[in-house]
Design a protein around this ligand. Sequence first.
Ligand code: SF4
Length: 443
Amino acid sequence: MTDAMRLDGIRAGRLGAEDIARNFDDLHPALDRHEATVAADRCYFCHDAPCVTACPTDIDIPLFIRQIATGMPEASAKTIFDQNILGGMCARVCPTETLCEQVCVREVAEGKPVEIGRLQRYATDSLMAEDTHPYTRADATGKTVAVVGAGPAGLSCAHRLAMLGHDVTMFDARTKPGGLNEYGIAAYKTPHDFAQAEVDWLLKIGGITVETGRALGDGLTLQGLRRDFDAVFLGIGLAGVGALGLEGEDLSGTENAVDFIAALRQTDDLTALPVGRHVVVIGGGMTAVDAAVQSRLLGAETVTIAYRRAQDRMPASRWEQDLAATHGVRILSHVQPVALRGDSQLREVELAYVDADMKPSGETLTLRADQLFRAIGQKLETVEGLALSGGKLTVTGAGRTSVDGVWAGGDCALGGEDLTVTAVAEGRDAAMDIHAALTEGRP
Ligand code: SF4
């Protein structure tokens, strides 16, 4: 075995502290005032702006950019937060290249869009740096709402409900609120503990109690919540990770990408986080890219993403794919794992080439690997009497589930892409519908 192919299991400290700090620094550093003004001046302030149509939360983008251009970043932030209370996080993690920036007229005409995401970050950072929260609560309605899941959908729903005068109790299975923002997104997209800072800022609205370590099905029942609260919103995400269904899946070194990313996000010392020398990631979404890129940044020598369809069908955006490539991640398409081998520790992964119909072509490829991450479809199994379809809760309108008084949004609900920004929009819209049902007696 050549040195380049040497396997030495999974271990910490492949890179020193300085390299790690540099690797995990902010992916898109903040704009300063001058840079923000120059970037804002590129906007044509289009009438019927296509960027607004492409934004799942319908932020008035030309207005907030104009407010930056005229030296009013705090007013600009308010324009953003009115539609998207997690506008700070979305400015960092939104795939703007496939949303607002993709359709920006300057992208279409010149191949260089207005930097909407970075401008949004500039504006939201300006306002969040202030001590006061920009919203106040309406008069108390006397109504109570349980929000299960303190991720983007739940936080967005809770904030809007609290603002409208309802009392909200949020329950979350983890030890910290934040959901995917805290546990499921690459560290270099949201460094400096921004996710928790944003939750703390959001909760300043008041009227929201957070109970962590409380999960549905584990001491918390939907029936009990419906009895104790006037309405229930579920933003519980998708917990289960699909198995590969292969022998050897229990070998040491084989794990779920979401667990790896969560461990990475929660550690205080990235030099102490173990990673393999040769890593294979199975999947093609953003989680696959986040796990792959972070493995490289921790010092893995070779990282391969194995995706079963054509590369242009990967759920991860082209920009994410390019990010992976620039970090030395190899993307193999039209392959699927057929065997995991090792003694007690994973040693190699056999991949079979498949055609467009996913039929094996007869050719295989064996990769040496001491670590494999599963980053394939997550889905719900059951949720106490609620109708599911394809592993997600069925909803109508603004997140109404099959059970009266229970709404849902974010990744656990059908419809929309599994993006932070979509979850925020769904949580907000469900809150407005809950408010109407509670105060206007709407059925
Ligand atoms: Fe500005 Fe581009 Fe939106 Fe037009 S499409 S308003 S130029 S950001």
